[in-house]
Design a protein around this ligand. Structure first.
Ligand SMILES: [Fe+2]
Length: 395
């Protein structure tokens, strides 16, 4: 419904519809004598809705009993075109015609005026409907202002959360000695997948904004493990795996409802993450927590399986491993696109969600373009590849 501009009280535009000009004249004289200044009559019933659209009356009176057109049908047409109280209709009904009065209310008339007309009755009923409409319009305007205010407040909170998220991301890059190109590529790959599998655009944008922070938990990993140039020992790998929970907790800690009792030993749950009051921090926490889960349930930290892994985590898992494979590592050169596709396809349905992987590799041209826009650099993202190393060796 567009903005409704109305003149209320005696300045209201009132339309009387009847194919009998004498009836129009009688109703007109009563309304004019009561002080209404803008009263129109319409006896040509060939295009009533067109006339209403053009002249925009605030209240419409229709005679039920018209030889040319059924007044009740006209009432239905108007109510369909103008729901609510935008164009309230008063039906002009014979005093004793109870059936027409019943149908008039059933089809959406707000009241009726008895014929023959009674001056006081017509005045009272017209005044009551206009007063009702005035309150209706005011409540719409109040709601609209409230919605605007709420939207502005939501946007402000969202922007604050986003800025905080980006600062955290930069801090994480400093610790990890990363230039930022890796997370930029993961962000673009993730958004590409999210869009191509048909997620709503708002969710695609949230994933694009938050996926760069998937490894933020690495700021809680000791340097000797995080920056170790070679492969990690099994014990070191267990410590490295904690980055998922640490990352999820970082974002959870910004939720005023989150109780951080034993930060070092605490187990994060999806239920806690889903309860996060901030949409953007909830998504960031979800991705940090689940981006190392695997489709067959053998991932970490929650051993989640199949569609129990949030879609955000399944998407970033594909994007993160793809980027790690196609990037040089201290002890291994980057794989070619063909080799990477072959290797990841061998993990279709075990490590990766099959549908997401298939969708991702529909866009190999775009993937190469993203790599060109964000040139590769050495990455120390050893843990991202641990899961696919065995397959790489076999391949
Ligand atoms: Fe990670």
């Amino acid at each position: 419904m567009g903005e409704i501009l109305v003149q209320m009280g005696r300045n209201s535009q009132i339309l009387i519809i009847d194919d009998n000009p004498d009836v129009i004249k009688m109703a007109y004289e009563i309304l004019i004598s009561e002080g209404y200044q803008f009263v129109s009559g319409l006896s040509d019933l060939s295009d009533v809705i067109g006339w209403i659209k053009k002249n925009n009356p605030e209240l419409i009176l229709i005679d039920v009993d018209m030889p040319q057109v059924n007044g009740l049908s006209l009432l239905k047409d108007i109510v369909r075109a103008y729901p609510g109280l935008e164009k309230p209709v008063l039906m002009m009904v014979d005093q004793k015609d109870d059936e027409s009065k019943r149908l008039a209310f059933k089809y959406g008339a707000y009241d009726f005026v008895s014929k023959p007309f009674n001056y006081y009755e017509m005045h009272a009923r017209v005044r009551n409907v206009l007063s009702l409409k005035e309150r209706w319009v005011k409540s719409l305007q109040d709601n609209s202002m409230l919605e605007k205010l709420l939207h502005q407040q939501y946007q402000q909170i969202h922007n604050n959360d986003l800025e905080m998220l980006q600062r955290l991301g930069r801090a994480g890059q400093l610790k990890d000695n990363d230039t930022g190109q890796h997370v930029e590529r993961v962000s673009l790959y993730s958004a590409l997948i999210a869009g191509s599998i048909g997620l709503p655009s708002s969710q695609v944008e949230l994933i694009r904004q938050t996926s760069p922070m998937h490894d933020i938990g690495k700021i809680g990993i000791p340097d000797e493990i995080l920056l170790k140039p070679g492969k990690l020992t099994p014990e070191e790998m267990e410590i490295m795996k904690r980055h998922c929970v640490i990352g999820a907790e970082i974002f959870l800690s910004f939720d005023s409802n989150y109780e951080d009792e034993k930060p070092r030993n605490r187990k994060v749950t999806l239920k806690q993450i889903y309860a996060h009051e901030s949409e953007i921090l909830r998504t960031a926490s979800l991705i940090a927590y689940t981006h190392h889960e695997k489709w067959d349930g053998s991932g970490y930290p929650g051993n989640l399986k199949g569609s129990n892994i949030p879609i955000e985590g399944r998407i970033v898992a594909v994007a993160d491993v793809f980027d790690a494979l196609t990037t040089d590592r201290p002890y291994k050169s980057a794989f070619s696109l063909e080799k990477t596709v072959e290797l990841m396809q061998s993990l279709r349905g075990s490590h990766f969600d099959p549908e997401i992987l298939d969708e991702f590799f529909n866009f190999t041209d775009l993937l190469e373009e993203i790599q060109t826009l964000h040139p590769k650099n050495d990455t120390k993202d050893v843990h991202a590849l641990d899961a696919v190393d065995k397959a790489a060796q076999n391949g």
